[in-house]
Design a protein. Structure first.
Length: 376
């Protein structure tokens, strides 16, 4: 039964490939290393090859796992590109070589990988974009902890700051997303059997990342993400004759670095869920002019504008002391349905002083049928 389902998955992906000249993207997603994403990609590659499809390995990381390495045998491989970096020879995926070879489908592992200096693109997901634009379909894999919009949540769960991340738009672009799921007990058993890391790393892994409570939380995030993407796909297939309210989100940020990051990421998730356009608005009052705010705050602002753009937002910057009016004006002009702001960091005295401003904002929004969401 399981083999039949895998074959059906292969046939379905082939149908997608044939429908468009632009490459199609399939992503295997999992809660952590060792769940079997690369293994499944290689299994699929053999199935495609048996069906007469021109499939090649562009980049696969086996991590010296015997089961995975055994599946590499017999598959066409495009040689990696060797780069000398800081006195060492390292290997990267040969993007140009793949495009020149132009297979019908290419396997690209480690989607969140950061390329070595001197590469065409900074990140591997950008390489995948280039492959898709060249008409090459891609099968790739990534762990849930590398998703940009839940980065802070991941750090709270694991205690680890994940530096290699992918923007959510990659998953939104995918034609298929497949969750590779294991129970916490199954994953820990695989670890103890030496199927994920070598013996020298097992005890440390068990004491850090591979703890049942952490695995369960990551598993839930992975499952939720796949469900979310399936629901988004269903939304796109609803007949156009059915009139739905077109959602449009406006994320309002200030130079407060901590709050701005939360507002941007959480609004990105909301917009992704509704498959809606969204905007990030920064209103620069005289108090936040470049002459008055510190350099570190200026750097944070620039980084937040960059993050918003990567996550698919339109970024608008306006100089004005009439903050509430500016927010309302932009919301009206852009036909915004929901305004998202950060939880105010105010003491009781400040709340009393600013009540009129917030009351004015709420009244204006009520008259325009605009929702207000306060993100903590």
């Amino acid at each position: 039964m399981e083999e039949e389902q895998k074959e059906e998955s292969v046939r379905h992906f082939l149908d997608l490939v044939k429908k468009s000249r632009r490459g199609k993207l399939k992503i295997y997603i999992g809660m952590s290393a060792g769940v079997g994403k690369t293994y499944r990609m290689l299994q699929e590659s053999h199935a495609l090859l048996r069906n007469g499809v021109d499939v090649c390995i562009g980049y696969v990381e086996t991590h010296k796992r015997a089961e995975t390495e055994a599946l590499v045998a017999g598959l066409p491989i495009i040689a990696r590109r060797k780069i000398f970096y800081r006195g060492k020879e390292i290997e990267e995926m040969d993007l140009k070589g793949i495009i020149n070879r132009h297979p019908e489908i290419v396997i690209v592992d480690e989607l969140a990988h950061t390329n070595a200096e001197g590469s065409k693109n900074t990140k591997r997901w950008q390489d995948v974009f280039d492959l898709l634009e060249a008409g090459i379909s891609v099968i790739s894999a990534v762990n849930i902890q590398h998703l940009e919009s839940i980065n802070e949540e991941i750090e709270q769960i694991t205690g680890i700051a994940v530096t290699e991340r992918i923007p959510d738009k990659i998953l939104e672009l995918a034609d298929e997303i497949v969750n590779i799921d294991l129970t916490a007990d199954e994953l820990v058993t695989r670890l103890k059997e030496g199927k994920i890391y070598d013996q020298s790393k097992i005890e440390r892994a068990l004491g850090n990342f591979f703890q049942s409570d952490k695995i369960l939380q990551l598993r839930e995030l992975a499952l939720k993400e796949v469900v979310h993407q399936v629901e988004r796909k269903i939304q796109t297939e609803i007949p156009k004759s059915i009139k739905l309210r077109p959602e449009r989100f406006l994320a309002c940020i200030s130079s407060n670095a901590e709050t701005a990051g939360v507002v941007i990421r959480k609004t990105a998730r909301l917009a992704s869920y509704y498959r809606s356009p969204w905007i990030v608005l920064y209103v620069q009052s005289d108090n936040e002019s470049l002459e008055r705010i510190k350099l570190d705050k200026q750097r944070h602002l620039i980084n937040h504008f960059k993050l918003a753009t990567e996550l698919g937002a339109e970024v608008i910057k306006v100089k004005s002391n009439a903050i509430t009016k500016t927010i309302i004006d932009v919301a009206t002009e852009k036909e915004v349905t929901t305004i998202c702001i950060g939880k105010p960091h105010l003491n009781i005295f400040q709340v009393i002083l600013r009540t009129a401003v917030f009351n004015g904002l709420l009244k204006n929004l009520a008259m325009r049928d605009i929702d207000l969401v306060i993100l903590s």
